[in-house]
Design a protein around this ligand. Structure first.
Ligand code: ARG
Ligand code: ZN
Length: 849
């Protein structure tokens, strides 16, 4: 059963399964290398269903027995599953299989992590547990019995009975198999309660390994806040008696929304002030919310097929971003999200892996859990909301929940809800789901007789498999300022539908200064012939916080680009404006920290490439260093005062206000370190009582090449803490000089605490390497080779994480021929590895073509 040519699946080929599943009963007899799974599944053939349509998925299963209505049956085991002759009337399928959780290093299906059993079934992992129609449009209730010596035995739904060595669970809500979960281990819980708005009491638990019980309180608070928020904002209540969260050390992704039993990468739930940074806290709060929100957007309403993945992911990311904005700061969250979108989604959209938020074909669906599906998927929801307005958005959402509860849906269903709730035609808007690529939006303006006219021209470059792009609907939020910086036109959303389109503003006394694409109202690349003078004006005056930051960001980029391409000195007007803003204590420290954050070096490379130049990673690095050094000197008089002002009184709390001050602390300290040989950083390192301050100080010291002692003492202090050790591994590389990054990374792969078996540790090292732009792209090719060596080694164990990390190579077309050849050589070396997984094969093939 070897298939050499990989199979491709197409959206256009969708056909429903010919059988309904009325109920599923599973019994697990747990044993590390020989777990038995007994299934009793009631199938109801639909009208016209042929016996030959009966196909059950199954992979890496040893079939012990199979019976229909109590009579043993012969099955035909084929690649990826089995066929069997079945009756045309309802029947009971019973099977027993044996699986090996301990040998499962792919971390998909049922596997073991540090002695505990856990599952990951999305997208197609359930087929590694038993034979089943493993597709999201087949929904059923589940009863699960678990037998094993472990103290804690968990599955989906409500607990129904338990005794010594066994437990039973019943999930009354029909669900697809990808939401199935089982956990067993000697775990400890952090319990709490929640009363829903209709008065229903829900038990809440966070389950962890002994030793981690002190790191659950924050996650629990985040969960309760999420539950309240979803009731208040979307009217969504929780629907079971219990909600369990489990922390797992070995996990391919962030977390998983299994019904009533969310499984989390421990890095995305465990938190304490001593071991977690503010950024960790914010991310944990967001991911807890994300998985909880899936209970409605994902579980109660799921996807018809995996092409519709953004139906649940885009919407749920959008919802968790709304939540974070409400819990913290709306502009800060928006700026952070746009930075992340440009860093992760734009390169994907503008490179060989470009695909629409709703892809139309795949070989391995796990390769499509991408920034495009998730983050661009969320941007699309944001545009929809901007176009129809808040009231109609929530009206449409109410209709969505009302109409589709209990169903497996499509993007068409989603857009119909908006059409029916608002009376709008969504046909053109739908192109955001079907077209890949980031649109470019060129702007020109004209002022004549009191009328100011903005003319926009949209275009999208061809992407793999998609040469022709049609104009999209683009919401462009615009405000106008006069020359004193007063807002003379409050934000207005222009609705662009044509390839080229003009919008006029009348009755103006003089030519205004436009603030365009406020709040980043659409995921596009704005191109405008403008001057640094105008950018500096907006940087000082824009009333839209996002665009104020954006003006500073554009200046930060332009000054570096001019340094790189024309050998210019750092732009003094920008430096003056930046210093003025940073010294302005009336401004939010978090905002000032964001303004001080240097533009990503990969982003600068992408911009140079887009302007027809070949980026030199070392020159980009040098320009960034020079700029920061110049800034440190120019700001030197103020640095001690600014540093002192970032002190937060009282015990550590991960709230937005304290976090903002500490974010500014990290920026100011890194400037100070350039002038005081690391004295202040050393003091901060020694006195810090929380990880945020300790980590920032260690980063500064390592960057200044003064971190050897601090790094050793950090290691001693934290070597027993897996999550802190991930930070330690990553920092050694990300703070290194470009020439040293690959060498240090290579040394770290021989460290006793490095392992291919833990995705967090692998990502800590290889992610830090590929994220060090100038280090990864050293012309020696050492970074490329090291990554490829490790991807080849990991692929034999864990295809999913390997395939994702191949994306580090996606930007090869930007660089010079020497680097291109080096990267392509490594990709070819991966591609020709014997026994390469389907996951990784698909990724390298797409990147090379
Ligand atoms: N649905 C999960 C989430 O977004 C992610 C699961 C991804 N799993 C995978 N095998 N790709 O919360
Ligand atoms: Zn999700």
């Amino acid at each position: 059963m070897t298939s050499s040519a990989p199979q491709t699946f197409y959206l256009k080929d969708y056909t429903p399964f010919g059988f309904d599943v009325e109920s599923v009963e599973l019994t697990f007899k747990l044993a590390p290398t020989a777990t038995r799974v007994l299934s009793r599944i009631r199938f109801i053939p639909q009208e016209n269903a042929a016996s030959s349509d009966f196909f059950l998925h199954g992979e890496e299963l040893e079939l012990i027995s199979a019976a229909i209505d109590g009579t043993p049956v012969q099955v035909e085991e084929v690649d990826g599953g089995l066929n069997c002759a079945v009756p045309s009337t309802p029947f009971l399928w019973e099977a027993e299989v044996e699986i090996n959780p301990k040998g499962n290093t792919a971390l998909e299906g049922l596997y073991m992590s540090n002695g505990m059993y856990c599952t990951q079934c999305e997208a197609e992992g359930f087929r590694k547990i038993t034979y089943y129609p493993d597709r999201p449009d087949v929904m059923s209730t589940f009863k699960v019995r678990i037998e094993g010596p472990e103290k804690v035995l968990l599955s989906n739904g409500n607990p129904t009975a338990s005794g010594e060595g066994w437990a039973e669970w019943h999930d009354p809500w029909p669900k697809p198999a990808y939401l199935f979960a089982l956990v067993a281990g000697d775990l400890i819980n952090h319990p709490d309660h929640f009363t829903t708005k209709s008065g229903k009491d829900v038990d809440l638990n966070i389950w962890v390994r002994p030793g981690d019980e002190g790191k659950c309180a924050f996650g629990m608070e985040a969960l309760k806040k999420s539950m309240t928020w979803d009731e208040e904002v979307y009217g969504r209540e929780y629907d079971l008696d219990i909600f369990n969260i489990v922390a797992v050390d070995d996990f391919n992704m962030g977390a998983m929304e299994n019904k009533g039993l969310n499984v989390f990468n421990s890095s995305c739930v465990l938190a304490s002030p001593e071991t977690s940074t503010d950024a960790n806290f914010e991310r944990i709060e967001a991911i807890i919310a994300h998985e909880y929100f899936h209970n409605w957007t994902g579980n109660r309403i799921t996807c018809r097929d995996w092409f519709q993945l953004c139906l649940k992911e885009g919407l749920t990311v959008y919802r968790d971003a709304q939540f974070t904005a409400d819990m913290r700061s709306e502009p800060v969250k928006r700026i952070e999200d746009v930075i992340a979108l440009r860093a992760r989604q734009f390169p994907e959209d503008q490179g060989p892996l470009s695909h629409p938020p709703r892809p139309e074909e795949f070989q391995e669906i796990n390769n499509f859990y991408t920034a495009t599906v998730y983050e661009k998927g969320a941007e699309v929801i944001g545009m929809l909301k901007r176009l129809v307005g808040d009231a109609d958005y929530y009206k449409a959402l109410d209709l969505y929940f009302d109409r589709h509860d209990g169903q497996a849906c499509t993007i068409e269903d989603w857009l119909s809800v908006f059409e029916d709730a608002t009376g709008r035609d969504m046909a053109q808007f739908k192109r955001w789901y079907s077209q890949a690529g980031t649109p470019k939006l060129k702007v020109s303006d004209n002022f004549d007789a009191g009328t100011y006219t903005l003319t926009f021209e949209q275009s999208t470059a061809p992407t793999p498999g998609q040469d022709i792009k049609d104009p999209r609907v683009i919401p462009i939020a615009v405000g106008l300022l006069n020359d004193k910086g007063d807002e003379i036109q409050p934000t207005r959303v222009l609705e662009m539908t044509q390839a080229t389109q003009s919008f006029a503003f009348d009755g103006l006394a003089a030519k205004p200064v436009p603030s365009i694409l406020r709040e980043f109202s659409a995921p596009v690349i704005l191109e405008r012939d403008t001057t640094n003078t105008e950018r500096t004006f907006l940087f000082a005056h824009d009333t839209d916080p996002f665009n104020r930051w954006e003006a500073g960001n554009a200046l930060a980029k332009e000054t570096r680009l001019a340094m790189i391409t024309a050998g210019e000195a750092p732009d003094s007007a920008y430096l003056d404006a930046l210093i003025k803003l940073v010294r302005d204590d009336t401004l939010d420290p978090a905002f000032r920290a964001l303004v001080l954050q240097a533009p990503g070096q990969s982003d600068l490379a992408q911009t140079l490439h887009a302007r027809g130049q070949v980026p030199d990673p070392q020159k980009i690095y040098d320009a960034s260093e020079t700029f920061t050094q110049t800034l440190a000197q120019a700001l030197s008089d103020s640095l001690p005062r600014l540093y002192a002002a970032t002190t937060v009184d009282g015990p550590y709390s991960p709230d937005a206000e304290g976090a903002g001050k500490r974010a500014l602390n990290a920026r100011i300290l890194s400037l100070l370190t350039r002038l005081d040989a690391g004295e202040q950083a050393q003091r901060q390192f020694e006195t810090a009582d929380n990880m945020t301050l300790q980590y920032a100080a260690l980063a500064c010291l390592l960057k200044a090449d003064k971190g050897a002692d601090a790094s050793a003492s950090f290691f001693d202090q934290w070597q027993e803490d897996r999550l802190v050790m991930d930070k330690w591994f990553a920092l050694q590389i990300s703070c290194a000089e470009p020439e040293a990054a690959a060498r240090i990374a290579k040394e770290l792969t021989t460290h006793p605490l490095f392992t291919l078996k833990n995705p967090n540790r692998f990502r800590a090292v290889m992610g830090a390497l590929s994220g060090h732009h100038a280090g990864f792209h050293q012309i020696s090719g050492a970074g490329y080779t090291l990554l490829a060596d490790n991807l080849i080694a990991l692929d034999a164990l864990n295809p999913q994480t390997t395939a994702r990390m191949c994306a580090a190579f996606q930007s090869w077309p930007r660089y010079d021929t020497a680097r291109q050849e080096l990267i392509k050589g490594e990709l070819q070396r991966i591609a020709t590895t014997k026994g390469l997984s389907r996951d990784t094969n698909e990724m390298v093939t797409r990147i090379l073509n």
